[in-house]
Design a protein around this ligand. Structure first.
Ligand code: AMP
Length: 285
């Protein structure tokens, strides 16, 4: 495994691999790797000849009051973990190389980026789609692997790939969870012991919605109300949003569709830490 920090080196490796006919898989991450990231790397290892995992805490996707500065960074640990999954190259560029002083080009997916997460995190998806675009250009992947944990990100990236005719197939991995149901996240490291216990409330609320849905409830307002009751009963949690939407336009639905997938997504604050989770009813993303 090689750790590449310079863009030209990564581009020349990717060019050579593609010229040889190798299928390149890219797993974009911000590091602080956990089993969620590693499951995507394992999937990439199965499907591709060459696996590239990028580790880049992308300043463009953080708001000014967000956790860019304190986001956990440990490249040596990340490299060891990635190695265990058979990753061939870690691409870990510097922010200065990715965003040189005169950088002015951004990719925006209009409409979708302003909803759900975008309401609370203005500019977030512009940062995501711009960096993913640049990572695709640098690493030339045939396949790129993303987790359903970030459901809106998956929907937006798939739309970008389709709208801009990008020659890469997006592969979506399932959400990897702790035993008690909490979705793995690098941000779980921020939680105090009590907050960590309380954080299962996201999963509990989503499972309540699924149970109601499975027993025949199709009214979105009733599912939302039941989830809100559960979240409000958790004193350490503060609901940012919970929404029931379609998976194409991300518009709120009144009645859960019998034929189309439906996304239930939420964000909850524990102190300053903001956690997200979701389920998809009646299909996949
Ligand atoms: P991040 O490092 O948070 O930017 O995440 C990098 C990739 O890992 C994204 O595609 C995430 O959706 C994915 N990911 C993060 N957490 C999980 C998880 N618990 N299960 C599966 N994939 C995840």
């Amino acid at each position: 495994m090689e750790i590449i920090t310079r863009i030209p080196r990564m581009m020349s490796v990717a060019r050579d691999m593609r010229a040889e006919g190798s299928r390149i898989g890219l797993v974009p991450t911000m590091g602080a790797l956990h089993e969620g990231h590693l499951s995507l790397m394992a999937r990439a290892r199965e499907m591709c000849d060459i696996v590239v995992a990028s580790v880049f805490v992308n300043p463009a996707q953080f708001g000014p009051a967000e956790d860019f500065d304190r986001y956990p960074r440990d490249l040596a640990r990340d490299a060891e973990l990635a190695f265990t999954k058979g990753v061939d190259y870690i691409f870990a560029p510097s922010p200065e190389d990715m965003y040189p002083k005169d950088f002015v080009t951004y990719v925006t997916i209009e409409g979708l980026s302003e909803k759900l997460e975008g309401l609370s995190r203005p500019g977030h998806f512009r940062g995501v789609t711009t960096v993913v675009n640049k990572l695709f250009n640098i690493t030339q992947p045939n396949f790129a692997f993303f987790g359903r944990k970030d459901a809106q990100q998956v929907i937006i990236i798939k739309r970008m790939v389709r709208d801009l005719a990008m020659d890469v197939e997006i592969v979506v991995g399932p959400i990897v969870r702790e035993e008690d149901g909490l979705a793995l996240s690098s941000r779980n490291l921020y939680l105090s012991t009590d907050e960590r216990k309380a954080a299962t409330v996201l999963r509990r609320a989503l499972e309540k919605a699924r149970t109601l849905y499975n027993s025949g409830e199709r009214d979105a307002a009733r599912l939302l109300a039941a989830m809100q009751v559960i979240i409000e009963a958790e004193p350490l949690g503060r609901l940012d949003y919970v929404a029931i939407t379609d998976t194409v336009r991300l518009d709120a639905v009144d009645t859960i569709s019998a034929s189309e997938p439906t996304l239930i997504s939420m964000a909850v604050f524990f102190g300053k830490t903001r956690l997200i989770d979701n389920i998809v009813l009646n299909g996949e993303l």
